[in-house]
Design a protein around this ligand. Structure first.
Ligand code: F6R
Length: 258
């Protein structure tokens, strides 16, 4: 797995955004998987800059988001639909009809999830999926114990995730307990995975994910099973990794011919 240790959050974000931009330039009809939360905000800022200043064109792109809270309508201020529109979609030229964020308010969640999976398949599969990592090691909302073969489904958040995400809500009681989330199996089918991790509170989860055993208790460890994962971490998040000297060595000794 390629691990890129960056000095700052901004450097991490710019480098991760460059991978996504490359995919879009090479394949204008790319299918992009997006995440919410604090980690990818810098990526979105950079993608907006690349669109506005360098003409990065999203007009043929299709997007699928990882997850959404159950019970929050799309236009709720804390919904992930709102988050994505405010932080990315309203500022680039992706057609609104090509944007997919799971619905947290469908009448039949199982039927919705099956349709979401089919939507990804019919679009040709995800070319690249952006991921954050939870402090409990989750990717999307695949909490410890989630099957590594899981698909898009209704999940119950852990108390830790509810605590972590309460910073976005007025009161802890307002944080939904359930979400619709792509499964680990869904994520692993993306052709490329780009994970970003920032801050000391991610250090132990990141070390377990990258250097520990593959386990459903740290669903981010499933990246070890993927053919093309790349992890960008700032120095705080990389603080508990054991192989940092080698990761830096790799970055400084890239083969001349790829
Ligand atoms: C969000 C998501 C989550 C977050 C994770 C980290 O769509 O899928 O897995 O990536 O909880 O969140 P932040 O970046 O806010 O620390």
């Amino acid at each position: 797995m390629e691990v890129v240790i960056c000095k700052t959050y901004d450097e991490m974000s710019r480098k991760a955004a460059a991978v996504v931009a490359d995919v879009v330039r090479t394949k204008p009809k790319a299918v992009l998987g997006f995440a919410t939360g604090s980690s990818p905000l810098g990526i979105y800022k950079e993608l907006i800059r690349l669109h506005k200043k360098e003409g990065l064109n999203f007009s043929k792109v299709t997007t699928f988001n990882l997850d959404e809270y159950v019970g929050l309508p799309a236009d709720h201020p804390q919904s992930y639909w709102t988050f994505m529109h405010e932080n990315l979609f309203n500022h680039i030229n992706v057609p609104k009809k090509n944007v997919h964020v799971p619905s947290g308010t469908s009448k039949d969640h199982a039927a919705f999830c099956a349709k979401y999976e089919k939507g990804i398949r019919d679009a040709g599969g995800l070319d690249v999926q952006i991921l954050g990592i939870g402090s409990d090691g989750h990717i999307a909302f695949n909490e410890p114990g989630s099957s590594l073969g899981s698909r898009t489904r209704l999940v119950t958040l852990t108390e830790q995730t509810v605590d972590d995400n309460s910073r976005f809500f007025e009161r802890r009681e307002d944080v939904p307990r359930h979400a619709i989330s792509m499964g680990v199996g869904t994520v692993l089918e993306a052709r490329k995975l780009v994970m970003v991790a920032s801050g000391k509170n991610k250090a132990s989860a990141l070390a377990a994910a990258i250097e520990g055993p593959v386990t459903c208790m740290i669903t981010a460890s499933a990246l070890q099973l993927h053919p093309d994962p790349i992890v960008f971490a700032d120095e705080d998040a990389a603080g508990q990794l054991k192989m940092t000297a080698y990761y830096r060595w790799i970055q400084n000794n890239k083969p001349a011919v790829p």
